[in-house]
Design a protein around this ligand. Structure first.
Ligand SMILES: *Cc1c(COP(=O)(O)O)cnc(C)c1O
Length: 373
């Protein structure tokens, strides 16, 4: 990325040769990313990240398709970028159907089929959930939307670079990706937009991205994202196997050494590096602080809602009661996670749980007395 910040400073939208070098780099990146997801080069549009792509897919479709209808379908466990765009449309006269998920966090494609009406203009369902890691049956839903002639948007921010993505196999028309979720730079992402999909721009201004997304290109970001895609595609299978083994080792270790710890979300249809657990009698926030002192970074809920007292909408949608949602922890493994890290976690976490439970009035009332009997 570095030369594109300084030495190769040209703007790809200009005509002089300095700009041309940058334009070529952007084009090369577009080609290589398109190949990575089975798309055509002209179907890739660069954005500032997952949030912008999600907002654009939903708001842009609603505007362009309003003659056909004003009904959109999504799930109850989407990222806030999708949910709040849907809420916004609802305030402005659209109708939104939010299909539920089962206790494992999976959408039933038949629920989507039943929700489709003649005035439905878009179905937006995420590929994998960012909190519990469940991988949704996108290809099955894609068949249903295609039969019904309804556009299908998929937020693939969690799966891009982690699971194979082929936009034709999945049957999607619009797909969001964000580079920083697969070891690329922050503030750059893309939207895959199937040819002949009608959508209004979200950003108005210059003619960049064929007039569909105005604004000077983030050349270093685009080049960096293309490299991140290339690396991810090359090592995806190995990374997945390794992370899954470490994740299973972590869950086995915690489950064997801690009382009243439960798994959130389906364990089979799940991102390899995701573990989400709930513990009776303690708060997620206190676990996070004590693990942080041990050099372990985990979260409760999603990164964006940490710090809020609202229980996670995802865990509530799985049917988990609010008090258990508060006692939940999301542990994400990645390329840099080692077996030693996992063993360290398994060693330090049980005493942390024991200490917190000793101080917890809730645990004392509900559990310890029962255990002592
Ligand atoms: C992180 C994330 C987003 C937002 O992406 P940004 O690039 O951070 O704006 C959207 N959807 C999902 C599922 C995510 O995990």
């Amino acid at each position: 990325m570095n030369p594109w910040h300084t030495e190769e400073f040209g703007n790809p939208s200009t005509v002089y040769s300095l700009g041309l070098t940058a334009a070529n780099a952007v084009q090369k990146a577009r080609e290589s990313i398109a190949k990575g997801i089975g798309a055509d080069t002209e179907e890739i549009y660069f954005t500032s990240g997952g949030t912008e792509s999600d907002d654009w897919a939903i708001l842009g479709t609603a505007e362009a398709q309003q003659k056909k209808g004003r009904h959109l379908i999504t799930s109850s466990i989407e990222h806030h970028a999708v949910l709040e765009s849907m809420d916004y449309l609802e305030k402005h006269g659209c109708e939104i159907t939010r299909v539920p998920v089962g206790s494992g966090g999976l959408v039933d494609p038949e629920d989507v089929r039943r929700a489709i009406r003649p005035d439905t203009i878009l179905v937006s369902i995420m590929h994998a959930n960012n909190e519990v890691g469940t991988v949704e049956p996108i290809a099955e839903i894609g068949k249903i939307t295609r039969e019904a002639g309804v556009l299908f948007h998929v937020d693939a921010v969690q799966t891009a670079g982690k699971l194979p993505i082929d936009v034709n196999e999945l049957g999607v028309d619009l797909l969001s990706m964000s580079a920083h979720k697969f070891y690329g730079p922050k503030g750059i992402g893309l939207m895959y937009l199937r040819k002949r999909t009608r959508i209004s721009p979200l950003f108005h201004g210059g003619g960049q991205e064929k007039g569909r997304r105005a604004g000077t290109h983030n050349v270093p970001g685009i080049v960096g994202m293309a490299k991140a895609v290339e690396l991810a595609v090359a090592r995806m299978a190995d990374d997945a196997v390794r992370e899954e083994q470490l994740r299973d080792r972590l869950w086995a270790g915690l489950n064997a050494n801690i009382e009243a710890i439960y798994l959130n979300g389906d364990m089979v249809h799940r991102l390899p590096g995701n573990l989400n657990v709930r513990l009776d009698g303690i708060e997620g926030e206190s676990m996070i602080l004590m693990l942080d002192m041990e050099g372990i970074c985990v979260s409760s809920g999603s990164a964006c809602t940490t710090g809020s007292l609202e229980p996670s909408h995802v865990l509530l949608a799985l049917g988990i009661p609010a008090e258990h949602a508060h006692g939940s922890l999301r542990v994400t493994l990645g390329r840099s996670t080692t077996a030693e890290d996992i063993d360290h976690f398994i060693k330090v976490f049980p005493p942390i749980v024991a200490r917190l439970r000793e101080m917890s009035p809730v645990w004392c009332a509900n559990c310890v007395c029962k255990q002592r009997n």
